[in-house]
Every structure is written in C-alpha cells, then in structure tokens.
Design a protein around this ligand. Structure first.
Ligand code: SF4
Length: 378
C-alpha cells in the first residue's frame, strides 16, 4: 500500500464525517493548477494548448490558498502545466501544509534538482514525479530524449533528502504489460513510496489523438499488468484497491467529478479536472450550479472512454467506506484478473459532444484585454 497510514486515517475520517453529515457531494482532492505553462509538450496532453497570454497567467498565492480554504478537501494536488515554473509555489505549498492538507506536487522533475531546497520534507508533503514507463517509453511519451534520466536523478535526490516520493504513470494503447511490469519493478527498487496509475483521458486538444485507450482496452491492459504483479513484486500503488479493481473491469462505477474539483487561472473548472466546459466563480457555485447529470459515462460523449483516477478514485473511496468488506477482500486477495468483467454503462443515450474550447479561450482573452478591464472599472 503506497498511501501513508496518517493520510489513510485522515482522509477516511473526513469521508466518514461527510457521510454522517448526510452530504451527497463533497470534495476529496483539490486539483490546483496555478498555471498552464509547461516546459514539455507531451503528445497525449491536452492541458497546455493555450495562447501565450493565457500561458503567462499565474494564480496568486492568495487566490491559491483561498481556494484551499474554500474547498476544504483534505488533499491538495498541485498540477498544471508544470507547477515548478511558478515562482511562488513554495509559498503555496507551505500555506497548504500549514493548514494540515496532504499536499502533492505533480512534476515532470526537470526543475526539481534546481529547486528542491525551497521545499521541506514532512508527513504532509509528497513529490509525484511523472514517469510514463521505462526510459524509452517515457522519453517517447514526453516527446523529448533524456527526460527519463533527469527525472530519475531528481527522484533519487529527493529520496536522499528525505522526501516522500511517488510516481504518476499514464498509459496509452501502445503500453506493453510486460514492460510496464518491469518498469514498476525498476521504480520499486529505486525506493518510490507509491505508484499512481491511470489510462490517458482522450483530450480533444492533445496533439496525438491515435493512442487513447477505449474502456475495454483499458480493462484488458490493467488486467494484463496486474496479472504480473504477484505479491513478491510488492508494487505499492498510491490508490485504493477498489479503484484498481475498477481499472481491471471488476466494478461498474459512475464517476464523481466533484470529488476532485479543479481551480485554475480561469476559476473553478466545470465539470471536472479533465473537461473544461465552463467556469464557476466560487467553489459553492461549482458545487451547487453545475448540471452534474449532464456529464459522466453514458451521459456525455466526451466521457465515454474515461476511467481516469481523478474522476473515479472518489467513487472507489466512497464505496470502500460504504462496503469496507469489499475493499478488505481486494486487499487480501489482490485485484481479480481473470473471469467475466462487470457490465459497463450503456452509451446509447449519451448526448453528443459540444466543442466549446475556442469560444471559452476567446472569452478569457477578451476579459484579459486592458481596455476591457478599463471598461469594467468605469
Ligand atoms: S467521466 Fe466524469 S471524470 Fe471523466 S471526463 Fe466525464 S465528467 Fe469528467
């Protein structure tokens, strides 16, 4: 298990409190994107396709910490873009840690060796280093040679300095289960504290549209990977057993998009971390005024192949609290990798995709025009 006991107890107690309070919707992980700019341009990433004025925008320390307070989730993930490009990230991290949030910085690690001394190791802080596979696989995924070696060097340095270090790996339809298994062995030998896995989301703005996994292929891939993960290998996944069981096709889950609410330079993103189809001005507005039933597998075409952890981990955690015996069974016997899969959600009634990206960007650019700001102030 790659999740520290303190975090399991803290998050578990929070979830139980929400259930006892009868809250239907509550956040589990705040996804904070303090900028969209990145120092890589990965083929499968649809997060950074913005004009320069938007890429230059930064969320201020005040706005970032206000989002932490407003949301109240026990876990805060700093993502992006590349968060280490944000000069005030250390202050944001210190502020969130001071609030006793479990803070995770997702980074490609290219700047980690240079900036690591701006951060302090501790039980509330984790580096999550992006590694999509072995040297050849990762460098291909991020479209730049040498990135794997730099990320691994940074990972070793962070471990040597006493930080908790996990990796996050996204897989596409060219993933080879045997190589993925060997890669997990490799990072386990490096001493990583946890592994986060996910199939890639089919971002409409990603440069490469040919390598996304469909639902069946995702389940088959993860079964093939987990089949190789016998107990002797001791891969420490940083995710709940029931989420891994879902990836292997053993659960019929609907997503919980409000479980990982996303705050970025535009506001609170609707409906989730993966899909940006509008923005709310406040967390309360996001929770209360989003038409949640318009999204999710079976409801919306853009959701059809989504099995991403930011959408479904909160579902698995809530299920673990409701039916702990099921979670215990998975942790004792491991993820089932043989036999029939759970039925999937029918897609025949989903509404067609809407393509709103260009309009949204034009609106944001217009809001940013100095003459527009002047008009508003008048
Ligand atoms: S299925 Fe859910 S989490 Fe995935 S993109 Fe759709 S709304 Fe977001």
């Amino acid at each position: 298990m790659g999740i520290p006991l303190r975090q399991v107890i803290g998050v578990g107690a929070y979830v139980v409190r929400q259930h006892l309070a009868g809250r239907k919707r509550y956040p589990l992980v705040l996804m904070l994107e303090p900028l969209f700019q990145c120092n890589l341009a990965c083929a499968g990433c649809g997060k950074i396709d913005y004009p320069d004025p938007i890429l230059a925008k930064r969320l201020s320390v005040e706005d970032a910490l206000a989002a932490v307070d407003e949301c109240g989730a026990p876990v805060v993930v700093l993502a992006g873009g590349e968060p280490l490009l944000h000069k005030e990230l250390p202050e944001i991290v210190r502020g969130a840690v001071a609030r006793k949030k479990f803070v995770i910085v997702c980074t490609n690690a290219l700047l980690l060796q240079k900036k690591i001394d701006q951060y302090q190791p501790g039980p509330f802080f984790t580096w999550s280093i992006h590694l999509d596979g072995d040297q050849e696989g990762h460098d291909k995924s991020v479209c730049q040679p040498g990135v794997y070696d730099r990320a691994v060097a940074a990972l070793k340095l962070a471990k040597a300095k006493g930080f908790r270090v996990t990796i996050n790996s996204t897989f596409f339809n060219d993933a080879d289960p045997a190589r993925v298994a060997a890669f997990f062995d490799e990072v386990t030998a490096l001493g990583v504290d946890g592994i986060t896995v996910s199939p890639g989301y089919a971002y409409e703005r990603a440069p490469d549209q040919t390598h996304f996994l469909n639902r069946t292929a995702t389940k088959e891939l993860f079964r093939a990977i987990f089949r190789r993960g016998d107990r002797a290998r001791k891969w420490a996944f940083n995710q709940s057993g029931l989420f891994l069981d879902f990836l292997a096709g053993n659960e019929t889950y609907r997503c919980t998009p409000w479980g990982n609410p996303t705050r970025n330079v535009f506001g609170w993103q609707r409906p989730c971390y993966l899909l940006g189809e509008g923005y709310a001005k406040s967390f309360r507005e996001l929770m209360e005024e989003t038409d949640w039933d318009a999204y999710g597998v079976g409801n919306y075409e853009k959701c059809a192949d989504c099995m991403v952890h930011s959408g479904f981990e909160a579902t698995a955690v809530a299920d673990s609290v409701r039916r702990p015996w099921k979670a215990l069974a998975v942790s004792l016997r491991g993820v089932r990798t043989e036999g029939p899969m759970a039925p999937d959600i029918p897609l025949d009634r989903q509404r067609p995709a809407e393509f709103v990206f260009e309009r949204g960007v034009a609106e944001k650019l217009s809001e940013m025009r100095p003459d527009k700001v002047g008009e508003k102030a008048m």
